[in-house]
Design a protein around this ligand. Structure first.
Ligand code: IMP
Ligand code: MG
Length: 338
């Protein structure tokens, strides 16, 4: 089926941006679609440059891929314009007229809300406040109302469905992860939207019939930038420092040092079921001892071997995903295909 979906299996920051970019180059998708808000940052190391994208889809790395923002996208126009300049991909960008503009008043309201900022640990971009206005049917500005974005606005569901009829292939890049889903996650320590595959399809204006491979992305450990559950959280300062430096586990939007905990099997099984994951993509395997792939070693030993055993248990959950990709460094091509 033509629409492959990338979802997060933990608390965000699993490496969805890198996996999306890798897949876009490999599969040469006709369209790369992103939904959700700029509270999520996807980091891509591409041609000696680091791109931290809050809105542009990771598929920008493949020059032939058109880039789409669906009706379920929330945009800070200034930030998007910066990303258009950075990626030089404005000529490939298409925005749904019903994507919502996050206005400065939304960002200010969220940042002034001590409960949201301190208790929930909101990134403070204003996504929640804009979404609340949409739910309340208050006056809002949409992409179609923003003169600076007018040139990109097109009927996305019509365009994508016409492209599907002609056999186009698409990549749909979701944001955040299982633990942060407002619907299925660890409420109230969640974001303002659901963060699973079916919702991403709806936010893009795509029906369920077109879903292809669903890639669930995991790290061998769990990180969280905000408060909320982290099972078996790491407290050892020396060990944590390795994650914050070598593992780059610092919030890409928030700048906060991420909390780190052990791999959570229950959440992984939930991810497989709720997203009907067919593929697992593992990132940051290089943080484990026994994964010296960069030095040409193809088989895992020690901690890495043990983790592959853990993954076998995840694959035993219906619909029995296969471990497809293992990322062993930040570079776009540092991926082992199984
Ligand atoms: P909000 O969605 O910005 O209100 O944040 C709600 C919770 O989700 C907070 O704990 C945030 O740190 C977390 N969160 C939101 N977006 C991301 C993300 O992209 N990665 C990791 N955590 C996130
Ligand atoms: Mg992130």
């Amino acid at each position: 089926m033509p629409v492959d979906i990338v979802v997060g299996g933990q608390a965000g920051d699993e490496g969805k941006g890198k996996i999306s970019a890798y897949l876009a180059v490999k599969n040469k998708y006709d369209y790369s679609i992103r939904v959700g808000g700029p509270n999520a940052g996807h980091t891509i190391f591409f041609k000696d440059k680091i791109y931290t994208l809050k809105t542009m889809p990771g598929g920008f790395v493949n020059p032939g891929t058109k880039l789409v923002l669906g009706a379920g996208t929330y945009i800070i126009t200034d930030w998007l314009e910066k990303e258009i300049a950075l990626t030089k991909a404005g000529h490939r960008l298409i925005i749904d007229p019903h994507a919502v503009i996050i206005e400065p008043r939304h960002t200010a309201a969220e940042r002034a809300d001590a409960r949201m900022m301190d208790k929930i640990g909101s990134v403070g971009t204003g996504l929640g406040a804009a979404l609340r206005d949409r739910v309340d049917r208050k006056a809002l500005r949409f992409a179609k109302d923003e003169p600076r974005l007018k040139q990109y606005v097109k009927d996305v569901p019509e365009l994508l469905n016409k492209a599907l009829a002609k056999g186009s292939k698409m990549l749909l890049e979701g944001t955040q992860g299982m633990k942060l889903s407002n619907l299925h996650g660890e409420y109230p320590y969640v974001t303002s939207r659901d963060t699973t595959a079916s919702t991403f399809m709806g936010e893009a204006g795509l029906g369920p019939k077109y879903a292809g491979e669903v890639y669930a992305v995991f790290k061998p450990y769990v990180t969280r930038v905000g408060p909320g559950l982290v099972a078996r959280e790491m407290k050892d300062k020396v060990k944590l420092n390795k994650y914050h430096t070598a593992g780059r586990e610092v919030g890409s939007v928030s700048g906060r040092l991420r909390r780190v905990g052990e791999f959570e099997m229950d959440v992984a099984l939930q991810t497989v079921r709720i997203n009907s994951a067919t593929r697992l993509a593992i990132t940051h395997i290089d943080m484990l001892e026994g994964a010296d792939i960069s030095r040409g070693v193809k088989s895992f030993t020690g901690e890495a071997k043990k983790f592959m055993g853990t993954l076998a248990k995840v694959c035993a959950a219906y619909p029995n995903p296969k471990v497809a990709l293992i990322s062993y460094g930040p570079g776009l091509n540092e991926v082992l295909e199984l």
